[in-house]
Design a protein around this ligand. Structure first.
Ligand code: ZN
Length: 210
């Protein structure tokens, strides 16, 4: 894409290329999201085709570049050419296994446990919550989805290096790996309405609500 000095690409180009595109596997299952920049590269190499949201038609790179771009549509615009932003792409050949369990991290744990102490149920805010190892680390408990929960300071102090049973505490629910969702690492503000019909209704609801 050629850019000339008389354009004002500052906000548009850089930030639009950093927005997100949903990636579907060959069976049209949403598997994850990539930056628009990466999506265009996948189109260019033939690894994926762009999905036209209105028609579900899939287009290869050349045809995608020829797509008419209406004024209201999200596009990467330059003087010579406007390219419609691919909001959804479908892989033409899928290599590799999709990540089915979100990576174990403090941020994802916050999401799974909905910022709530899993012993007493308070929601004191992110900074007041710590990661509690249900089976304490000193007894070989590991940092896994199944052995970690959020706990408030008070519950943390109370439980100390004991199991919930020993401490006489009850977990609100048994900790499990969260259900995989293509949105797990995606901030809500980056979610596009056009993605909704490619994902399970439950997954969609929790994504737009979280
Ligand atoms: Zn608590």
């Amino acid at each position: 894409m050629v850019m000339r000095g008389d354009e004002q690409p500052t906000e548009t180009h850089a930030s639009r290329l950093d927005q997100l595109t949903m990636v579907l596997d060959e069976s049209w299952l949403a598997i994850h999201t990539v930056s628009v920049r990466h999506a265009l590269r996948l189109l260019a190499t033939g690894a994926a085709r762009g999905v036209v949201p209105e028609s579900n038609e899939t287009l290869d790179f050349d045809r995608w570049m020829e797509l008419e771009v209406a004024a209201h549509e999200h596009a990467i615009r330059s003087v010579r050419k406007s390219v419609r932003i691919p909001e959804v792409i479908v892989l033409t050949r899928y290599r590799g296994v999709p990540l089915r369990t979100p990576s174990f991290s403090r941020r994802n744990l916050m999401r799974r446990d909905r910022h709530q102490c899993q012993y007493c149920g308070v929601k004191p805010g992110t900074h007041e919550l710590s990661i509690d190892h249900v089976m304490p680390r000193s007894r070989g408990g590991r940092s896994t989805w199944e052995n970690c929960v959020l706990a408030c300071r008070r519950c943390n102090r109370k439980k100390r290096n004991r199991t919930p049973h020993q401490a006489g505490m009850l977990l609100l629910k048994e900790p499990r790996a969260p259900r995989w969702s293509p949105f797990v690492e995606v901030p809500r503000t980056h979610i596009r309405p056009s993605w909704e019909r490619f994902v399970d209704a439950k997954v969609w609801q929790s994504a737009v609500a979280s």
